[in-house]
Design a protein around this ligand. Structure first.
Ligand code: FDA
Length: 397
């Protein structure tokens, strides 16, 4: 520990942490462990610690995933890998166990506390913060207001601002000379046209494939997963994962589209062939496909007219609606409903071995303020724990 408390011009604190969300908590805990005598202060704008952790994972907090790779993130993969490999999933599980929180793996690979309560996570993290001075209701508006030798900025992004993460941290890092890329919502539900059939299926979910295409039809991204129809449009893991790609594509190309395949494995051609092979004169598209998708979806997309009496162009239109359905997305639901923020401070401006700013020696950055966003499944917390830990350990060196 390199701090000298006897110096005449001593600052009030050795380390100040701005923002005590997941990343800031990890930074605080590992800083304190590495340097038990360090005088650490943490400021948070919110009246209570842990608002976002408490609402995460549907109130259960999906702490991490049993397999985390750089491919699960958007952003510079090599750079992300450097940070992730310093704190593996196994180390994360062990860390939580040390704090008294056992994690369990669900079928999807997501890890949750065995209590199924995010509260256990927040309580454990706060217990570990004993000895750290925590100042609540304190929104920092300038780095000049901080009286500490080292500063860790862990202010998150802009998602769900009522939890305290309103983007005000960007001004702090800009003050230090950092740039901030354009930010936009990620893992966000999508709103479709009011008149769309999608809204009539609220509550139905389906295993589907979503593709983001350029106006010229080139597929930019394709994901499979569970899609949930809601009263406003689309949600569920699949829509959330694809949302940031759709938003990014739409910014570059106003004609970009979101296209759904509700019969994974079938193409326009293969489905056409399947239907044309049907010889039962009373068969309908719905009867041929029964059991392969939810009845409610089938009812909406495939009429009960016998196949034999369907005109070719009508059949082809229905086939297209089943496997190449252009979703009339109007807009995303915005930061109030986004789980994560895409964009932020470029990783190239950070020394990733330490999370130290390349712009200012006494500054460290971690968590969602950086230009990294992961897919749904515990990846974003893993980024917060790993980058926060590195910042904490190195800020007390
Ligand atoms: P985070 O936003 O958590 O914390 C930032 C903190 O800084 C806040 O406490 C804020 O008050 C404070 N702050 C901001 N500006 C400040 C200022 N100027 N001065 C002082 N304090 C300031 N991820 C996952 O892996 N599994 C999951 O289950 C979920 N579920 C989920 C659900 C919902 C509804 C949301 C909104 C998000 C998730 N996430 C998630 C994402 C995950 O919560 C998120 O990526 C991390 O919490 C980011 O951690 P940070 O600490 O970087 O920012």
């Amino acid at each position: 520990m390199g701090f000298n408390h006897d110096s005449v011009n001593d600052l009030a604190h050795d380390v100040a942490i701005v923002g005590l969300g997941a990343a800031g908590l990890a930074a605080a805990i590992f800083a304190k462990r590495a340097a038990p005598d360090a005088r650490i202060v943490a400021y948070d704008a919110a009246p209570k610690i842990g608002a976002k952790i408490l609402i995460s994972g549907g109130g259960r907090c999906n702490v991490t995933h049993d397999v985390v790779t750089p491919d699960d993130f958007n952003g510079n993969r090599n750079a992300v890998a450097k940070v992730l490999r310093t704190f593996t999933v196994e180390q994360t599980i062990a860390w939580f166990a040390e704090m008294g929180v056992m994690l369990k793996r669900e079928e999807t690979g997501k890890l949750f506390p065995t209590t199924d309560k995010a509260r256990s996570i927040v309580d454990a993290l706060l217990r570990e913060c004993a000895g750290i001075e925590i100042v609540l209701n304190s929104r920092i508006t300038s780095l000049r207001d901080i009286d500490a030798k080292r500063i860790i900025v862990a202010t998150g992004g802009k998602s769900v601002p009522k939890t305290g993460s309103d983007g005000s941290g960007y001004a702090l890092v800009r003050e230090a000379g950092h740039t901030v890329t354009e930010v936009f919502p990620a893992l966000v539900p999508l709103i479709v046209d009011e008149s769309s059939w999608i809204r009539t299926l609220s509550g139905t979910s389906v295993e589907a494939e979503l593709a983001v295409r350029t106006g010229s039809g080139r597929v930019l991204v394709r994901h499979r997963g569970s899609l949930l129809f809601t009263h406003f449009g689309l949600s569920g893991p699949l829509a959330l994962d694809v949302s940031r790609h759709w938003i990014a594509a739409k910014r570059d190309d106003a004609n970009a589209t979101l296209v759904a395949n509700f019969l994974i494995g079938e193409t326009f051609e293969s489905l056409e062939q399947l239907l044309m092979r049907e010889h039962n004169p009373r068969a309908t598209i719905a009867s041929v496909l029964r059991g392969r998708m939810p009845e409610r979806l089938l009812d909406v997309l495939a009429p009960s007219t016998p196949l034999a009496s369907l005109r070719k162009e009508d059949r082809r239109r229905i086939v297209r609606a089943l496997v190449e359905s252009v979703i009339p997305v109007e807009r995303d639901r915005g930061f109030d409903y986004a789980e994560v923020t895409a964009g932020g401070v470029p990783l190239s401006e950070i020394d990733l071995a330490t999370m130290r700013s390349r712009k200012r020696e006494d500054l460290f950055l971690c968590g969602e303020i950086l230009d990294v966003d992961g897919r749904i499944g515990g990846y974003n917390f893993q980024w917060a724990w790993a980058s926060g830990r590195l910042a904490g350990l190195n800020a007390v060196k």
